[in-house]
Design a protein around this ligand. Structure first.
Ligand code: ADP
Length: 378
């Protein structure tokens, strides 16, 4: 037989089929990485299921299938051509823009079957979308963290310098500096506490200790801490939770959720505003909501406020002093309880945070006894 290019290719395919032992076929079918083998004329010789998922063959295509039928990405075509022409491996990054963008690391190696010149090239596609996203999240986290640390640290240094320069002779001045130092140290303390909390919750190490709890009474305990701050700004807090509502939750963690949400409802409220706390039973679940008459959250920020360190521009300029981690912690804690949290807000009008929790079976209340009595009698 005269060794024409066509004959060589046919031989090549035959050889590939021969070596495509069931073991190899199983490996190709099982692997997550996409595998594409093309010959010198860019005809696709092998496409494993993962590669078919990345590059679904068009309904109408040339026969045999060619690389151009699967992708028109110039860098990919060049990569395969380079591996075939120069006989060296090529590495490149490939972005798939069909639907949600996906990123792949591609390695293309020359395939020598019956001669020294490569007759085919094999490309392996490893998806790195999630890896790159995690890397981005990690980078953002450290950038935000250093930013959050820098502000109170700079203020502490400034107060210390003032004390060094002006001396300790003026008691009023010393007191103002010490107050400032205390406020900034508290801010750092809260930041470190929130980071530690978040790290623990995210690591999955947090174990909930679920109990049937009287929700109204628990809210009252949290309000005892928050009320003085609210009264200072003339903000009224109304606890509308029915006495009989029992929730199945970890008391410490639920307190943390309520504290964060109520603290925000006061912090981002207007002077003489109002906060309402409500709960209703929906079958096996409870829906708890905290509504305020505050500054509200711009629509563009609403999906992002549960992200770590995210603050809406308006509130940042108010220098509210929070860590920006509160809602991230709340979201994790609610999810840990098997619930969900959402926000509804209108700038200038107010916000409403609603979260779900499991309801505890209602205790049978003896006539004349309160639900709290019933709890302690159980
Ligand atoms: P922090 O309160 O420490 O800034 P959070 O994670 O608790 O951090 O909240 C993130 C951001 O969400 C806040 O900075 C603010 O922009 C916005 N936000 C949260 N709660 C409210 C609210 N009740 N009203 C208006 N904005 C809010």
């Amino acid at each position: 037989m005269i060794p024409t290019e066509e004959n060589t290719d046919r031989e090549l395919v035959r050889e590939l089929v021969r070596v495509a032992h069931p073991l190899w076929r199983t490996i190709l079918a099982t692997m997550r990485e996409g595998v594409l083998v093309v010959d010198r004329r860019m005809t696709v010789l092998v496409q494993n299921p993962a590669a078919t998922e990345i590059f679904p063959p068009p309904p109408i295509s040339s026969r045999p299938l060619r690389l151009i039928d699967l992708t028109r990405d110039p860098a990919l075509h060049e990569g395969f051509q380079q591996a075939l022409g120069q006989g060296a491996s090529v590495e490149l990054r490939f972005e798939l823009r069909r639907g949600e963008p996906r990123t792949f690391q591609v390695r293309i190696a020359p395939l020598r079957i019956a001669s020294d010149t490569p007759q085919a090239a094999l490309g392996v596609f490893v998806e790195i979308t999630a890896l790159e996203r995690l890397e981005r999240v990690r980078r953002d986290f450290f950038a935000n963290l250093s930013h959050e640390l820098r502000t109170p640290l700079a203020a502490i240094l400034a107060y210390v310098e003032m004390l060094q320069e002006i001396g300790l002779d003026d008691p009023e001045h010393v007191r103002r500096c010490l107050d400032g130092l205390f406020r900034q140290a508290q801010r750092l303390h809260a930041l470190v506490r929130d980071i530690t909390d978040l790290a623990e919750i995210e690591s999955g190490a947090t174990v909930l200790s679920l109990e049937a709890l009287p929700l109204r009474a628990l809210v009252e305990d949290v309000l005892a801490l928050i009320q003085p701050r609210a009264e200072g700004r003339g903000i009224a807090i109304v606890n509308e939770i029915p006495e009989e509502i029992q929730v199945l939750a970890d008391p410490l963690r639920l307190t943390q959720i309520l504290q964060n949400l109520l603290d925000n409802a006061v912090k981002f409220n207007r002077p003489n505003g109002c906060v309402w706390i409500r709960a209703r039973r929906l079958g096996e679940h409870l829906e708890v909501s905290i509504a305020d008459t505050g500054i509200g959250i711009p629509p563009a920020d609403q999906p992002r406020i549960f992200e770590r360190f995210y603050r809406s521009e308006k509130s940042r300029s108010r220098e509210t002093g929070g860590s920006g981690l509160g809602l991230a912690i709340v979201k994790h804690l609610v999810q840990l309880h098997g619930g969900e949290i959402r926000v509804r807000s209108e700038p200038g009008m107010g916000s409403e945070f609603t979260f779900s929790l499991k309801a505890a079976p209602e205790p049978r209340v003896a006539q004349g006894a309160t639900s709290a009595d019933a709890m302690t009698n159980e």
